[in-house]
Every structure is written in structure tokens, then in C-alpha cells.
Design a protein around this ligand. Structure first.
Ligand code: HEM
Ligand SMILES: *[C@@H]1O[C@H](CO)[C@@H](O)[C@H](O)[C@H]1NC(C)=O
Ligand SMILES: *[C@@H]1O[C@H](CO)[C@@H](O)[C@H](O)[C@H]1NC(C)=O
Ligand SMILES: *[C@@H]1O[C@H](CO)[C@@H](O)[C@H](O)[C@H]1NC(C)=O
Ligand SMILES: *[C@@H]1O[C@H](CO)[C@@H](O)[C@H](O)[C@H]1NC(C)=O
Ligand SMILES: *[C@@H]1O[C@H](CO)[C@@H](O)[C@H](O)[C@H]1NC(C)=O
Ligand SMILES: *[C@@H]1O[C@H](CO)[C@@H](O)[C@H](O)[C@H]1NC(C)=O
Ligand SMILES: *[C@@H]1O[C@H](CO)[C@@H](O)[C@H](O)[C@H]1NC(C)=O
Length: 344
């Protein structure tokens, strides 16, 4: 009996040690960078004083990282001789924000714990801080991701869902990432804050789906407001709040907006207005129970943050989030040494 227990302990230690290379852990940096979280929190908090939208922009950055070859910081890579930047993909170009704040966080972290913390982990922590600063849920953040040596612009165009996707297309885009219908409805709730450009929803306002009419699922009073912000012959660059009720707060108003047909994006409203959809009941439950939404959001964010992560000795810890280290040292057309030195 006793010897079986000893063997059992040895066996489980071996399993855990092996898993240590593949699994993320909330305590990953507790010895090597104990003040990581407060450093990230402080930089984002300070940025939020002048830019109330920054949290929303950072959480979106994490989403756009994770859906393209996993949560590996690939979205942060700039164009070089070897990198075709994901930032120029259609869902990202002229709409990604917060890249400068990520670099500010990285600089502050490097000052405290050089060459230790990945840019991919910084994005994950930033996403949780964004939720907390907006009044949303907090959660333990599994850490230990490594940064990619590559980016994939074509995959960014292919994998990131578009605002004019139908519910079936949205479900499919999440399913390939291992995220189910509940995760889709839950994570769409991140549209409780932040802004969108007219170009992302103007298709609903004048001639929806070649009908000659606006989207019938759009509340007519809200339609009038949106038409004023987004004239038919405008540039499409005007911005409006994704959540008209509480624009900067992380809460469940996104879901009650859908119930009164005031979802901004077609992809949002589909969750409630697609006839007989299994997503309607989930929208209703989150609308009537914010704690339930928050609990689901914790789980789904941890799940999204776990997509195809690099661990152990895969990838690298980038020294500058916009360049792989080989490019950072000026070997193949990245930033010059002077540029890098001045950024630290
Ligand atoms: C379900 C499919 C999704 C679609 C089709 C979609 C689409 C969009 C679009 C078109 C915008 C406006 C971009 C712009 O005009 O610059 C946007 C903004 C945003 N998205 Fe999504 N999104 C989706 C899911 C998500 C998820 C899963 C998250 C995070 C968990 C997220 C977080 C955000 C945030 C916070 C903003 C505002 C960003 C800012 O103000 O800078 N979205 N999204
Ligand atoms: C990366 O590219 C963006 C434009 O996409 C630019 O604004 C930024 O300065 C570049 N970052 C660095 C460190 O060169
Ligand atoms: C748009 O029109 C097509 C063909 O008429 C139809 O199959 C599709 O369901 C419509 N999409 C929406 C969102 O109404
Ligand atoms: C914009 O379109 C409206 C009709 O939708 C028209 O009355 C107006 O003259 C146009 N404005 C410009 C600047 O083209
Ligand atoms: C931006 O919105 C304002 C109303 O808020 C509107 O008067 C203006 O025409 C819009 N501009 C463009 C380029 O869409
Ligand atoms: C549209 O919004 C108004 C409030 O602005 C609300 O009273 C009404 O019920 C909404 N209509 C629909 C069809 O949801
Ligand atoms: C969907 O994923 C959630 C976790 O994010 C899980 O709790 C739920 O059971 C899953 N639903 C189905 C139908 O598999
Ligand atoms: C994260 O992914 C790993 C590897 O696929 C898996 O073993 C683990 O259960 C996942 N964790 C969560 C929280 O989804």
C-alpha cells in the first residue's frame, strides 16, 4: 500500500513536470517577475486617463492575436524583410489601436525583468486589466506563452470574423478556434465598450443585402441616429459607440441592447435576431443576469487565451514586441540599433 503511494507520487510528479512545459500557469512569473501585474496595470491605468477607449482597444488586440496562429504576439510584428505584418490585413488595417501602449508596457516590464516576459503574455494580462478597469470581471491569468518568430497576414484575413458575417459564419469562425456557440455569445459581449467606424456597419443603414431598405432588425430610432453619424456618401471613418447605453463600461448592457434591436454590428444583432437561433436564449440569460455573463466571460477569455500557445523553448521572448529578435539586432531589415536603444 505504502509503496504504491510512493510510486503514485513519483508518477504524478513526472506528469506535472512534463506538463509544466506545455501548460500555462498563473504563477509562471512569480519568481522571475513578481511585480509584472502591477506594472502592466499602472501603464494601462495611466493611458486610460487620457484615452478611455484604450482598454477596449487592448482586449481587441488580444482577440486578433489569438485567432491568427494562436496567442503568440504575431499581431504585433511590423513589416520587415521577413515579416508580412498582420497589421495590414483587412480586419486590422486602420483599426488596430493600442500598439504604442503595448510598447510602453513592454519597456516598463523590460526595465524591471529584462528578457523574461513575452509580448503574448503582456497582451493577455492587458486584456484582463481592460475588463477590470471597465468594471468587468477579474480572473487568474494563465501565463507562460512565448512569442512567435512569424506572422501570417493571409491567415489574419481568413480567420478574423467580419461584421457582416451571418450567425452560421460566426459560429464556424469560432469553432475552428475550439470555441463553441456559448463562447461566441460570451466573447461578443466585449462589444460592451469601444468604438466602431461607420464603414463596419453602414451596410445596414441604406441598402442592406441589396434590398434597397435598411436592416429590418435595426431599431428605427437607432437607425435615424446612425444615419446622422454615417451619411451615405461620408468617408466611413466616423466613429460611434459599440454600446450606446454605457459606452465605456464593461457590463451586460450589450445584451439588453440586442433585445431592443440596438446592436451596432450586424454580427452582434444576429445573435438575437436570427430566427429560432440557439443564441437567443443565451443573450436573454446574460441580459437578465450580469453575474452569469461575467462568470462565462472569465471562462471563455481563459479558453481564447489558450489557443495554440507556444510554451517551453518554442518561439522566443521578444525584446521589442514589433520585431523578432533576429530583426531587432538589425540583421534583416528590422529597426536599427539606435531605434531600439532609444525605445528602451
Ligand atoms: C464575433 C465576431 C466579431 C466581429 C465580427 C467583430 C468585429 C468588430 C469590428 C468591425 C469592430 C470595429 C473596428 C473598427 O471600426 O475599427 C470591433 C471592435 C471591437 N471588438 Fe470586435 N468583433 C468580434 C468579436 C470580438 C471579440 C471576441 C472581442 C474580444 C473578446 C472583441 C472586442 C472588440 C472591442 C473591445 C472593440 C472596440 C475596439 C476599440 O474601440 O478600439 N470583438 N469588432
Ligand atoms: C510599426 O509599424 C507602425 C505602423 O504600422 C508604426 O507606426 C510603428 O512606429 C512601427 N513600430 C516600430 C517600433 O518601428
Ligand atoms: C441576404 O440575401 C440572401 C439572398 O437573398 C439571403 O439568402 C440571406 O439570408 C440574406 N442575409 C440576411 C442577413 O438577411
Ligand atoms: C450626399 O448624398 C445626399 C443624398 O443621399 C445628397 O443630398 C448630398 O448632396 C450628398 N452630399 C455630397 C457632399 O455629395
Ligand atoms: C460625421 O458625423 C457628423 C455628425 O456627427 C456628420 O455631420 C458628418 O457628415 C460625418 N462625417 C462623415 C465623414 O461621415
Ligand atoms: C426601439 O427602441 C425604443 C427605445 O428607444 C424601444 O422603446 C423599442 O421597444 C425598440 N423597438 C424594438 C423593435 O426593439
Ligand atoms: C461550450 O464551452 C463552455 C466553456 O467555454 C462549456 O462550459 C460548455 O459546456 C460548452 N458547450 C457545449 C455545448 O459544448
Ligand atoms: C489549454 O490547452 C491545453 C493544450 O491543448 C489543454 O491541455 C488545456 O486543458 C487547455 N486549458 C484550458 C483552460 O482550456
Amino acid at each position: 500500500m505504502g509503496s504504491i503511494n510512493v510510486l503514485g507520487v513519483v508518477f504524478w510528479c513526472a506528469v506535472l513536470m512534463h506538463a509544466g512545459y506545455a501548460q500555462l500557469s498563473p504563477s509562471f512569473y512569480s519568481q522571475t517577475c513578481p511585480f509584472l501585474y502591477p506594472i502592466v496595470f499602472r501603464v494601462i491605468f495611466e493611458a486610460s486617463l487620457t484615452d478611455p477607449r484604450i482598454g477596449a482597444s487592448l482586449i481587441r488586440l488580444h482577440f486578433h492575436d489569438c485567432f491568427v496562429q494562436g496567442c503568440d504576439g504575431s499581431v504585433l510584428l511590423n513589416n520587415t524583410n521577413t515579416i508580412v505584418s498582420e497589421q495590414d490585413a483587412l480586419p486590422n488595417i486602420n483599426s488596430l489601436r493600442g500598439l504604442d501602449v503595448v510598447n510602453q508596457i513592454k519597456t516598463a516590464v523590460e526595465n524591471e525583468c529584462p528578457a523574461t516576459v513575452s509580448c503574448a503574455d503582456i497582451l493577455t494580462i492587458a486584456a484582463q486589466v481592460a475588463s477590470v478597469l471597465g468594471g468587468g470581471p477579474s480572473w487568474q491569468i494563465p501565463l507562460g506563452r512565448r512569442d512567435s518568430l512569424t506572422a501570417n497576414q493571409a491567415l489574419a484575413n481568413q480567420n478574423l470574423p467580419a461584421p457582416f458575417f451571418t450567425l452560421d459564419q460566426l459560429k464556424a469562425a469560432f469553432l475552428v478556434q475550439g470555441l463553441n456557440t456559448t463562447d461566441l455569445v460570451t466573447l461578443s459581449g466585449a462589444h460592451t465598450f469601444g468604438r466602431a467606424k461607420c464603414s463596419t456597419f453602414i451596410n445596414r443603414l441604406y441598402n442592406f443585402n441589396s434590398t434597397g431598405n435598411p436592416d429590418q432588425t435595426l431599431n428605427t430610432t437607432y437607425l435615424q441616429t446612425l444615419r446622422e453619424i454615417c451619411p451615405q456618401n461620408g468617408t466611413g471613418n466616423n466613429l460611434t459607440n459599440l454600446d450606446l447605453t454605457t459606452p465605456n463600461q464593461f457590463d451586460n448592457k450589450f445584451y439588453s441592447n440586442l433585445q431592443s434591436h440596438k446592436g451596432l454590428l450586424q454580427s452582434d444583432q444576429e445573435l438575437f435576431s436570427t430566427p429560432n437561433a440557439d443564441t437567443i436564449a443565451i443573450v436573454n440569460s446574460f441580459s437578465s443576469n450580469q453575474a452569469l455573463f461575467f462568470e462565462n466571460f472569465r471562462v471563455s477569455m481563459i479558453k481564447m487565451a489558450n489557443i495554440s500557445v507556444l510554451t517551453g523553448n518554442e518561439g522566443e521572448i521578444r525584446l521589442q514586441c514589433n520585431f523578432i529578435n533576429a530583426d531587432s539586432s538589425g540583421l534583416s531589415g528590422g529597426a536599427s540599433k539606435d531605434e531600439l536603444l532609444s525605445s528602451f
